[in-house]
Design a protein around this ligand. Structure first.
Ligand code: T4K
Length: 382
């Protein structure tokens, strides 16, 4: 949908549009100093010094024994599907960004949509088990908005049925479960480092694998399957992150503590301003380490206007909140004919897609603006 400010926006409380997400921009001189190192090295991609440093620092930051940088999160997921040698059906959530389902389609796998837990909006382990067939090979779950999936329950089901578990951890940078890095659960976890993510490299991503042999294969797939100058071992693609992107990532990493602090302050601001409004659901406390999205749920009847009406009211005020993840992946023309896409089997996912609204949460937004956005939300309540 276009984000060109509407005519009404000219009368809005905000002169400039406020977007749902925005890139963390580290001091330019820090990035330039890194670029000078890249220039001196005359090494721009295919694994240089910036790449090696970022990979090592992120391994520590994310608490994962292995970590491979990629040029985006989608490529990392694709490499995971390939390196795990999956075929057949994969249980997955319809409540996600299209990339999650698309990687299954691109890998020749059959997505089987399962409903989500009404509270977390993540795959519901209880509903998932009944969808397992003799063709099921894996679960592809998403830690939506950075809220961790029920990792123990999913693993238990996977172990009982001999399934692999892949996590789409695009929103879960830095999230921990009982102190353990989110990327250390399951067989593989893919992160997105897109510009709008808490940590980013403009475009980028990473893959964490439990099994070193899988990680080795994913590393080959990232670089055309090339083992050495005379051996092309696998039909790999180009998933490499350049030195310029890695240099940006290193500069962003240094600025991350302040960004986290700022986002927590904004989230507390929303909570203070919006709690107690009938029909407006606020997120449970943000998960350990997560500050990716601030998502409210609008129960149209009790709130006095629908989520879509609130979305438009904010738009008229020059605030570009987003309805992530509406429409559901199961509603896309590419997948809606699948038997598992039947809305009657996905009631909670449909309810979530009708109710959610992500409010702006990033370094380009001030606490005063959060208070002003909250006033617009309160004003929209009937
Ligand atoms: N799995 C999940 C669960 C994901 O959410 C994603 C990506 C992926 C996999 C795939 O990962 P990657 O392959 O992308 O690494 C945005 C992001 O492009 C996408 O990465 C992200 N999820 C998704 C949730 O959000 P759009 O189509 O909503 O982006 P766009 O261009 O509308 O931008 C969103 C807002 O950010 C706008 O309001 C404007 C603002 N913005 C955007 C950019 C690019 C800025 O202020 N500055 C910018 O540079 O997908």
């Amino acid at each position: 949908m276009s984000e060109v400010p509407s005519p009404a926006a000219s009368r809005a409380p905000f002169a400039e549009p406020i977007y749902v997400g925005g890139p963390l921009l580290p001091p330019l001189e820090v990035f330039v100093a890194r670029l000078e190192e890249v220039w001196r090295s005359r090494w721009l991609t295919n694994g240089g010094a910036q790449h090696a440093e970022l990979e090592a620092r992120l391994r520590d930051e994310l608490g994962t024994p292995s970590l491979l940088l990629f040029n985006n999160g989608t490529m990392a997921l694709l490499a995971a599907c390939r390196a795990l040698h999956l075929e057949g059906e994969v249980l997955t959530t319809p409540f996600t960004f299209p990339a999650t389902t698309h990687v299954l389609a691109w890998s020749g796998l059959d997505p089987v949509f399962c409903d989500v837990d009404p509270a977390t909006m993540n795959l519901d382990p209880e509903r998932l088990e009944s969808r397992i067939t003799p063709r099921t090979r894996a679960i592809l779950a998403v830690h939506v908005y950075g809220t961790p999936c029920e990792v123990a329950a999913l693993q238990e089901i996977a172990d009982r049925h001999g399934l692999k578990v892949i996590y789409d951890a695009a929103h879960a940078f830095g999230v921990r479960v009982d102190g353990r890095g989110i990327g250390s659960f399951g067989d593989a976890s893919a992160f997105s480092f897109h510009a709008t993510k808490l940590f980013h490299t403009a475009e980028g991503g990473a893959l964490a694998c439990r099994d070193p042999a899988v990680a080795d294969e994913a590393a080959l797939l990232r670089n055309f399957g090339i083992r050495d100058e005379q051996t092309v071992e696998l039909p790999g693609l180009n998933g490499k992150l350049s030195e310029v992107h890695a240099a940006l990532g290193l500069a962003v990493l240094d600025a991350l503590p302040e960004e986290r602090r700022h986002r927590r302050e904004l989230a507390d601001g929303y909570r203070e301003e919006l709690s107690g409004l009938p029909g407006l659901g606020l997120p449970a406390a943000l998960p350990e380490g997560s500050v990716q999205y601030f998502v409210v749920r609008v129960d149209g009847e009790r709130f006095g206007c629908t989520r879509d009406e609130l979305h438009l009211t904010l738009r008229a005020a020059n605030v570009f909140a987003r309805r992530y993840f509406y429409p559901l992946c199961s509603e896309s023309p590419a997948y809606r004919r699948l038997p598992s896409a039947d809305p009657r089997q996905l009631p909670e996912a449909h309810r979530a897609a009708r109710e959610v609204l992500c409010l702006p949460l990033h370094s380009g937004v001030s606490l005063e603006q959060v208070r002003a956005i909250s006033r617009v939300v309160r004003g929209a309540a009937g």
